[in-house]
Design a protein around this ligand. Structure first.
Ligand SMILES: Nc1nc2c(c(=O)[nH]1)N[C@H]1C(S)=C(S)[C@@H](COP(=O)(O)OP(=O)(O)OC[C@H]3O[C@@H](n4cnc5c(=O)[nH]c(N)nc54)[C@H](O)[C@@H]3O)O[C@H]1N2
Ligand SMILES: Nc1nc2c(c(=O)[nH]1)N[C@H]1C(S)=C(S)[C@@H](COP(=O)(O)OP(=O)(O)OC[C@H]3O[C@@H](n4cnc5c(=O)[nH]c(N)nc54)[C@H](O)[C@@H]3O)O[C@H]1N2
Ligand code: SF4
Ligand SMILES: [Mo]
Length: 745
């Protein structure tokens, strides 16, 4: 039971309710069976429905905790950055070095020269990057980035359209839909809250039609969908707009709904019908762009408009692309035109966080808390007049521009000259776009400190690398990934392995050396967690949550976002500036930027499928999320490598003309770099498209060819005006590798 002493009596097995909270779309219950201080097996949630069941990765967690490569002691670099040669040093010496470098750099260049790169590795509320950020805050501040790769495009579109990111309905409401469209969404692999897959399976069993729009025949398509519509990447906006064309031309739109709850329909209609630019956005127009047949576009449009209510779930994958904001806006607007917002069985497309707990005090992030950011005006192209989106402070650097900022600094128009990076729970070089440029940038810094569990490709660039323990070796509370109504409580199951510590303990040690009065240093973990729980409005019973390892919140009915706004718009306006759903967004119009028009538009960019660059690099690369990893986490776990080895998906047509057979080694390359990887020749991906899932560890050979298959060697370090990352807008060429060379599985 909880509260047992880790590693107590010799033969006794104790079951410790704990969990897994990496950034994987879940946050799940794991029950650790502990014998003699070691975890001998894991069990999933055996409690009442809905069960918060762990996935294959969580169930393999023992291979991660007891991995021989776990970082065991503090390390100091003795080789070149990136080379991976380190020597063991003591905690005292390591924290001395970090503290003295922080002081030196602050004195010489000011606090803004300290870049804090906090990543997604730990999603618990107590550990991970949080304590380090608080330490740096007390130390006078730091430069941080804005832009979350996950969803920045979708978030911008949600804010612009609805004035909030709390959109969509809870999963159990899908039973009330007549049609579900999974658009660029693959929850069979990406989880999107643990109950999603089971719900979709039951929705299908109930006979509700499910359609999937995706360039790949994903596990979700295979398992849940009745129809698969392959689509050329980056062209979804055109199809969504053409669907609006069909709906408007056939008078299938909900005019009464539009009149009552929305603003700007006429402006959008003008664009759709081509009254502005002379180009009617017909299905034929969209078909030529997207390769989706005209008939398919027409029937999907009719079906969606007449199914009532219907749930169009527009995923973030297509929005993690150049001008991804436009795709997400086009989807949101379509849900409005068909009257599917705020109704049970419908779905307000966008960010998706129908249920969200809040802090009791009203919470809300402080906007100018970080001393370095005080006095900076809002960023260009930000929705700064709205509350609750991305912090618009212009002292922040978009995370895809961090390398450029390091290399060019203030002279290049950035708010700071960056001199050191403090990296916590992030495999930054592997996970941000354009890894080769990242290496140049990281080599240019004066000091890098990394808190990690493994010597990742990023940790290899650290001057000091500090070993961190895992979920099993500390206690924490985690909210769900997206917003289902539950919390998990992770009870410490075993003592910290080797000399590893929590990020909190490390911050406390360094804070003392910096002379800060770090408030959390001496408070027991459980007391802090009790305080955190007390600040949430929906954690009613801390002791029960701790005992069971989970708190499931019972809601009387499914959550439907914007229900109140639709029921009583007078009393409950939408939190936009107009108080209505904005098909035309005045706040965007003020930006006066052709790349982010006030109504959603289909626009092209330098890595569009038909851009001049496509003559040289004719294939479109997708860099999706992989079922055996959470990003780069679990890459080094043998069981996961066995289940689904890392490979590049390529269609037989594209493989044949290049002489590539299934399992052959191929090079995927463009101007930014080259990776060498096994080909998976499969009809599960449409012609013209290649998929290399993100997260495999960068491992360059002497010529700079990455044998690890890290997708970000190929991606462009750019973002769109609203913040969308260009991770799925990458042109590449592929060739069979015939030379001799080191082969990597
Ligand atoms: N197993 C696993 N689960 C995860 C994660 C993980 O790393 N591993 N990461 C978690 C995190 S942090 C996030 S943000 C989410 C991300 O979740 P998503 O963004 O939903 O995941 P992706 O796999 O990138 O993309 C989803 C689907 O979009 C499709 N797609 C890509 N481009 C296009 C396009 O242009 N048009 C269309 N129609 N479809 C397109 C892809 O083929 C893919 O099947 O996943 C979470 N869940
Ligand atoms: N090309 C491409 N790139 C992508 C994406 C894409 O779709 N395409 N998706 C992006 C998305 S959505 C995201 S969210 C990012 C995620 O990118 P990252 O935030 O870098 O996530 P991970 O790769 O999982 O790296 C997290 C690291 O944290 C470490 N860690 C785990 N727990 C702890 C802890 O408690 N403390 C410390 N100090 N470290 C810990 C793990 O060992 C791991 O190395 O990747 C992005 N990168
Ligand atoms: S990896 Fe994600 S879905 Fe899998 S057990 Fe961990 S938290 Fe749950
Ligand atoms: Mo993410």
């Amino acid at each position: 039971m909880a509260g047992n002493k880790p590693g107590s009596s010799a033969d006794e097995v104790t079951i410790v309710p704990t969990g897994c909270c990496h950034d994987c779309g879940g946050r799940c219950v794991l029950k650790a069976h502990v014998k003699d201080g070691r975890i001998i097996r894991f069990e999933g949630d055996t409690g009442e429905e809905p069960q918060i069941r762990a996935c294959l990765r969580g169930r393999a967690y023992r291979q991660r905790v007891y991995h021989p490569d776990r970082l065991k002691y503090p390390l100091r670099r003795i080789g070149e950055r990136g080379e991976g040669r380190f020597e063991r040093i003591s905690w005292d010496e390591a924290t001395d070095i970090v503290a003295s470098e922080l002081k030196r750099i602050k004195e010489a260049y000011g606090n803004a020269s300290i870049l804090f790169a906090g990543g997604a590795g730990n999603q618990g509320m107590l550990h991970g990057p949080g304590p380090v950020a608080r330490m740096l805050h007390q130390f006078g501040g730091y430069t941080r980035f804005w832009g979350i790769a996950s969803y920045e495009g979708a978030l911008f579109a949600s804010m612009a359209t609805y004035g909030t990111i709390r959109t969509g309905n809870s999963r159990d409401d899908l039973f009330n839909s007549k049609l579900v469209i999974m658009w660029g969404w693959n929850p069979a692999n990406t989880i999107w809250d643990p109950e999603t897959s089971l719900t979709l399976a039951k929705v299908r069993e109930k006979g509700i039609r499910i359609v999937a729009v995706d360039p790949r025949y994903t596990d979700s398509v295979a398992t849940f969908a009745h129809q698969w519509i392959p689509i050329r990447p980056g062209t979804d906006t055109a199809v969504l707009i053409a669907m609006a064309h069909v709906i408007i031309s056939e008078n299938l739109h909900d005019q009464a709904y539009l009149d009552k709850y929305t603003t700007g329909f006429d402006r959008y209609k003008d664009y759709v019908l081509g009254r502005e630019d002379g180009v009617p956005k017909t299905p034929a127009w969209a078909s030529a762009i997207s390769s989706v047949p005209v008939e398919t576009i027409i029937s999907l449009a009719r079906e969606y408009a007449t199914a009532k209510p219907a749930a169009l779930i527009a995923g973030w994958g297509p929005a993690r692309a150049a001008l991804g904001e436009q795709y997400s806006r086009a989807a949101n607007v379509l849900t409005a035109i068909t009257g599917n917002i705020g109704v049970s069985g419908g779905y307000a497309s966008g960010f998706m966080r129908a249920y969200s707990s809040r802090e009791r005090s009203g919470g809300g992030g402080e906007r100018t808390g970080n001393p370095v950011e005080r006095g900076f005006p809002p960023r260009k192209n930000s929705l700064y007049k709205l509350r609750g989106g991305t912090n618009p402070n212009s002292a922040r650097i978009h995370s895809s521009k961090v390398y450029d900022a390091i290399l060019r600094g203030r002279a290049g128009g950035y708010p700071a000259d960056l001199k050191m990076a403090y990296v916590v729970a992030s495999n930054f070089l592997n996970q941000q776009q354009n890894t080769n440029r990242g290496i140049q940038a990281f080599k240019a810094l004066e000091f890098i400190v990394v808190h990690e569990q493994f010597l990742t490709p990023t940790a290899k660039f650290g001057d000091i690398v500090l070993p961190v323990n895992t979920f099993m070796e500390r206690s924490d509370i985690a909210p769900p990934w997206l917003g289902s109504p539950y919390y998990i409580y992770l009870n410490k199951a075993i003592d910290s392995l080797h000399e590893s510590k929590t990020d909190l303990e490390i911050s406390a040690l360094i804070s003392k050396k910096l002379g800060l009065s770090y408030p959390m240093g001496d408070i027991p973990e459980e007391d802090i967690l009790r305080g955190i729980a007390g600040s949430r409005n929906d954690i009613s019973d801390f002791e029960a949550m701790k005992r069971d390892g989970v708190l499931k919140i019972k809601l009387p009915e499914p959550t439907v976002s914007f229900k109140e706004q639709i029921r009583d718009p007078e009393q409950h306006p939408f939190p936009t500036l107009s108080g209505k759903i904005e098909l035309y967004c005045e706040h965007i119009a003020e930006m006066n930027n052709p790349e982010v028009p006030p109504v959603p538009m289909f626009l092209k960019h330098p890595e569009s499928y038909d851009a001049p660059l496509a003559a040289k690099y004719p294939l479109q690369l997708l860099t999706t999320h992989y079922k055996t990893r959470a990003h780069s986490t679990w890459h080094n776990v043998p069981w996961m490598r066995e289940i689904a080895p890392h490979s590049a998906w390529i269609n037989p047509e594209d493989a044949k003309v290049r002489g590539i057979g299934d399992g052959d080694l191929i090079d995927v390359y463009n101007e930014r770099g080259r990776i060498r990887i096994k080909a998976k020749v499969t009809e599960r991906i449409m012609p013209g498209v290649v998929n290399v899932s993100q997260g495999a560890w960068f491992d360059p050979n002497e010529e700079g060819v990455d044998l690890g298959g890290c997708a970000n060697v190929l991606t462009n370090d750019e973002h769109s005006p609203g913040g969308a990352f260009h991770m799925n807008s990458v042109l590449v060429q592929v060739e069979r590798f015939s030379g001799a060379g080191r082969e990597k599985p």
